[in-house]
Design a protein around this ligand. Sequence first.
Ligand SMILES: [Zn+2]
Length: 300
Amino acid sequence: MKILRLALVLGAVALVSGSQLQAWSAEGHRLTTVEAVTLLSEELPGFLQENLDRLAWDSIDPDLMRNSGLPQLRDREAPNHYLNSELLEDGQLPETRSEFLRFLGSQEPSLDASQVGTLPYSVVEATQRLTLSFAQLRRQLADEHLQAKVMISAAYVAHYAADLCQPLHTTIHHNGRALQDYSSPLTGIHQQVDDLFGRLQPQNENSDESLVPRVLKPIFPAVVEELERSHAEVDKVYQLEGNLVALEAGGEPSSGLRSLTRDRYRASVLFTSSLILTAWRESADLKIPDWGLPELPPTD
Ligand SMILES: [Zn+2]
């Protein structure tokens, strides 16, 4: 296995962090969540579809947790939304958050989660939390409390999955090309990309190719691959910067911008859907101790 190394020598630099930023805005998160869960309507229990608006509403909660009035929660939550990929050289990311944090702390000078981000870990951890919620639900499908737990868990998966598919959440160039000291020029491009789903409504465009969710197994490398696909679009985003500015001022989108928007929308939907499907299927075999299962109603 190749050992992960830092790609850049970091001195006392003003490292960029995407902690102030949303991905896809609240409307974008809701749109992708609705379509992702709808894709699974034949396989998942029906209450998910029936309560889709509420589930989609919950998908913005992880951004609300970055509220400056909740400083400890914000400190813990903010790195979950991005990964500054350029800071890491080739080599495999360790599979757990703890190992990754140890790696960052062992660098000279040492780094922390806020400087690099922990997005792939938040995606996998949220999916595994949903697996656990599904496993409890399978025991008692009609229990409304367990259904509510599943909806909240699924909403968080949807949030982090869609963040990962926003290319500017995978890069040090998250809001304009990073400056020499790696700080951000805060050009506003991040918000312009966030607003694309709401502005261009890609869910209304027909496509010849239908989206088919699949089980992602093993999950960690599949999440890293999806992150790499998203990161590969960073240069394209910057090539379209002029059009993004014009669009914000009321201009028309180019075909390239429409195509990028459609591609990222479909990636967000398919990735979210695949993660939820993975959690559902895996939950069938997850062993839970008796004390972690709901009591079944007495049988006559
Ligand atoms: Zn986010």
